[in-house]
Write a new protein. Structure first.
Length: 472
């Protein structure tokens, strides 16, 4: 089920009314949330519910076993059970065919042509997100940073909670589970905040991202057909398409959860207003970047074992972060670009002779955006060949090739992008967090804003696409 669908428009009000009708009965509220979450996921493909249920059972048991044991080997064994089971599911469904194809291509160099090793596998929606979420639970228990719940309904609800089930934010048990296990209240302030953030999320997705996507999809089908400026514009549009698409999803998820009495952590904080790539990763997909930092980078040793090991850890973290996004060399290259630049920034910051760079930090904004922009080419292109064609087109500086034929697509894209950027710039200059923005709004203002958004949706786009991060 999609947030931007009629199905969800019918589904959520029913859940909302039933949920608050059971306000005095926490246990029944959580059962309703669990059932609603399973319906939400099963709307896509009910067969893959078994994966979520199986992962939930394994980690519920593993969490209790780790917590209740003082034997180090026993604790490590149950942590290993959790890691192998969850990463095993993820590897089979998401990475098996990628590694099988890569192996076939590698041995083909030596003349060996094995039979087709790939499998006909469907990638379950959201598996990357809920795998990371459930892994953080057992790892935190193993580190003695969190105590497991003994309530299986609460735990299953934590794993399957529908606002963030298929594309995050990746909520840790330390934040979400205590909220599931205590009484919630419908606060007027939270209601206003939630409604406004949902509306802004829908606007970002349907009006801005989907309109930008029309131009981007046209150009990236075959970028070699178009001139340099066209491909560059398409890449710039994509950088904002993926931002408004994913930030829009996060807005709807956070707003929906708030209407149910839950507070999620912020997932985006105006990432393109960053003076360095390090700052960018503190603002972009924050729940993932902090997960990679806390559970991968620090587990590898972080910056505790010397500068060379620190660079290695940064590179491994970003390469695996790229692979997490998709089973393609494009994503690995994308992660590698970020890893190299992050390492360079760390080196510069560690050397006093580079202090003069800090005095011209305002140049960091365009430089950071340029690096992120070029890396997005690999993220967007469906194959490495198309990514190469796109970069060749951008840097060839040839203008004899055609520009996109329908200028109305370009005009629409520029217009809606200007609206989105103006609003983001306002938030940046005023230092306003969107999650708190709705507290300043009355219901009358929200009705007016929602009316304007509905009008704009009808003017610019009548059919909305899937969220980009559903494929991950």
């Amino acid at each position: 089920m999609l947030f931007n669908s009629i199905d969800f428009l019918i589904f959520f009000p029913i859940v909302f009314v039933l949920y608050w009708f059971l306000n005095e009965r926490l246990g029944l509220q959580n059962i309703l949330l669990l059932i609603a979450s399973y319906i939400f996921y099963a709307w896509w493909d009910w067969r893959f519910l078994s994966l979520i249920v199986l992962s939930s059972i394994i980690d519920f048991v593993a969490g209790l076993k780790i917590h209740n044991s003082e034997n180090t080997k026993h604790r490590k064994f149950w942590l290993l059970v959790s890691l192998v089971a969850n990463l095993g599911f993820l590897s089979i469904f998401k990475y098996y065919n990628f590694f099988a194809e890569s192996f076939t291509q590698a041995v083909g160099i030596f003349g060996w042509e094995p039979n087709n090793l790939t499998l006909d596998i469907i990638l379950p929606v959201g598996i990357s997100f809920y795998t990371f979420q459930t892994l953080s639970y057992t790892i935190d228990i193993y580190r003695k940073d969190f105590k497991p719940t003994k309530n299986i309904i609460s735990f299953f609800t934590y794993i399957a909670f529908f606002p963030q089930l298929v594309a995050g934010p990746i909520e840790r048990a330390s934040n979400l589970l205590p909220q599931i296990e205590k009484k919630r209240f419908l606060k007027k302030e939270w209601f206003n905040e939630g409604i406004l953030q949902i509306l802004i999320g829908l606007f970002r997705k349907i009006v801005i991202a989907d309109n930008l996507g029309i131009f981007v999809d046209t150009i990236y089908e075959n970028p070699s057909q178009y001139n340099s400026s066209t491909v560059l514009i398409a890449t710039i549009f994509y950088s904002y398409q993926i931002y408004f698409d994913f930030a829009g999803y996060s807005d709807i998820a956070i707003g929906t959860a708030k209407l149910l009495g839950f507070r999620f952590n912020q997932n985006f904080n105006l990432p393109y207003f960053s003076k360095s790539l390090t700052e960018f990763w503190r603002k972009w997909h924050m729940s993932l970047s902090f997960w990679l930092r806390d559970y991968l980078y620090i587990s590898l040793g972080g910056n505790r074992k010397g500068i060379k090991i620190t660079y290695r850890n940064l590179m491994l973290t970003m390469l695996l972060g790229g692979l997490w996004h998709g089973s393609s060399w494009n994503f690995i290259i994308w992660g590698g670009i970020h890893g190299v630049v992050l390492s360079i920034e760390k080196f510069i910051n560690s050397q006093t002779k580079f202090n003069f760079i800090k005095k011209i930090s305002y140049l960091g904004y365009p430089l950071t955006f340029t690096i992120v922009l070029l890396a997005w080419v690999f993220f967007r292109a469906p194959t490495l060949d198309i990514a190469t064609d796109a970069l060749k087109s951008i840097f060839s500086f040839h203008y004899e090739k055609p520009f996109i034929g329908d200028m109305s697509i370009m005009i629409n894209s520029i217009f809606v992008l200007c609206i989105g950027l103006t609003f983001d710039f306002y938030l940046f200059k005023k230092n306003i967090r969107l999650e708190k923005y709705g507290a300043n709004f009355s219901m009358l203002k929200i009705v007016i804003i929602s009316s304007v958004i509905i009008i704009l949706m009808n003017l610019f786009y009548s059919k909305s696409d899937n969220f980009i991060y559903f494929q991950f």
